[in-house]
Write a protein that binds this ligand. Structure first.
Ligand code: NPG
Length: 387
């Protein structure tokens, strides 16, 4: 252990549910969101504390994980292992994934724990997420994800608003029955130069290949997750027939998975979401695997509060994040964020440079939005600190 690292005993982990209404409903091929019911973790140590945000949605419609399930697995299966694993030695953020490995899957739940431990560790050390992860930029480009709209006119109005607000890239959700026409309408109105991509959230099958090939006419940056998550060979076949680059989101749950998908030709771009791959440290490994294969990545979003957004913005500052992410300012999602809001300036968000995440919940708003709190006390001592 270096002298810069202050070892701290884990005292407790707080599991806190907060509910934030969304500024506007967000519709995807798998459902409509009108609020964000989020599980936050606060790791409390003698010398520090750290925050984790669990990105799992309310229902298991994006992936098998959902917020109540995450809270259960964290309380009943993951925290007991973290505490027991720590008794045998130090638990640094870098060790969390290994300690939790006996529990299969549950990556969003594990990611929230690792994020909180990492935040506590970095706050104690005075180091930012960005510096720790290897950021090379001070600000990152904002991309906006536009949900399915009820009409073409409404879609054009929303795109217009986003372009005037300064977003540097537009992503449109598509679904069978709402794909080629909306994209054509946007291109006809706003021209060929708008950086534009689409996200199908796994709503098609290979039988739709010729329909999806019609999108080739519009010069899209990429098509995201056209087919179901386990259809890797079908993605590879589709990728061979499309000119539009295929990007995977739901399919990629680890760095090894990213390696294999790339080797199969299933994608030429990867969306990195720390929650989906089990944490920021694995997200960095996904970045590295892709970088070594000259596959660009970008940071996905899951309607995070300012806590998750802070981590994502830091991650998106790594060198191979060469495409704009689903990173919007707080005001796009929430009337009031839990933290000080992320504000877009010239189409970018500034990368926080304070210790840890560099932001923390504002106590009044945290109390206002909290719906439930439970605390798991550490029955034994845990040292939080890097080697
Ligand atoms: O800007 O955070 C954002 C939203 C980006 O479209 C977005 N997220 O399918 O990637 C997705 C979608 C999503 C949101 C998925 C929440 C799951 C939960």
């Amino acid at each position: 252990m270096t002298s810069a690292v202050r070892a701290a005993r884990l005292e407790a982990v707080e599991l806190r549910r907060v509910r934030l209404p969304l500024v506007q409903p967000f519709r995807t091929s798998s459902g409509v969101w009108s609020e964000r019911d989020v599980l936050l973790l606060r790791v409390i140590t003698t010398g520090s504390e750290g925050w984790g945000e669990c990105v799992a949605p309310g229902e298991p419609t994006y992936s098998p994980e959902y917020v109540d399930g995450c809270q259960h697995v964290i309380r009943e299966h993951l925290l007991p292992r973290l505490i027991a694993g720590a008794a045998a030695g130090a638990v640094a953020a870098a060790d969390v994934a290994g300690v939790l490995r006996p529990v299969v899957g549950h990556r969003m739940a594990k990611a929230a724990i690792e994020m909180a431990v990492l935040d506590a560790e970095l706050r104690a050390r005075g180091e930012s997420f960005a510096a720790h992860l290897g950021a090379v930029r001070e600000a990152v480009d904002c991309g906006v994800a536009i949900g399915l709209q009820e009409s073409a006119d409404r879609l054009l109005a929303v795109v217009e608003e986003c372009l005037s607000a300064g977003y540097r890239r537009i992503k449109l959700k598509i679904a069978p029955g709402s794909d080629v026409e909306p994209v054509r309408a946007v291109r006809e109105r706003f021209g060929p130069d708008v950086p534009l991509q689409v996200d199908a959230n796994a709503a098609y099958t290979l039988a739709d290949a010729s329909r999806l090939a019609e999108l080739d006419a519009f010069g899209l940056l990429l098509i995201e997750q056209p087919l179901p998550e386990d259809h890797l060979l079908d993605h590879a076949e589709l990728a061979r027939t499309l000119r539009t680059p295929v990007c995977l989101d739901e399919s990629i749950v680890s760095a090894i998975g990213a390696r294999d998908a790339i080797a199969l030709g299933a994608c030429s771009v990867v969306n990195v979401k720390p929650g989906r791959v089990g944490g920021y440290l694995e997200a960095r490994r996904v970045h590295d695997v892709c970088q070594a294969r000259a596959v660009p990545v970008w940071c996905g979003g899951m309607l995070e509060t300012g806590l998750g957004r802070a981590g994502n913005v830091a991650l998106a500052a790594l060198p191979n994040f060469s495409l704009a992410g689903d990173l919007s300012p707080s005001e796009r999602y929430f009337h009031e964020d839990l933290t000080e809001p992320f504000v877009m300036q010239d189409g970018r968000l500034r990368v926080p440079d304070g210790p840890g995440l560099g932001v923390a919940p504002e106590p009044g708003r945290l109390a206002e939005f909290t719906t439930a709190v439970e605390t798991v006390s550490a029955r034994t001592s845990v040292r939080v600190g890097g080697p």
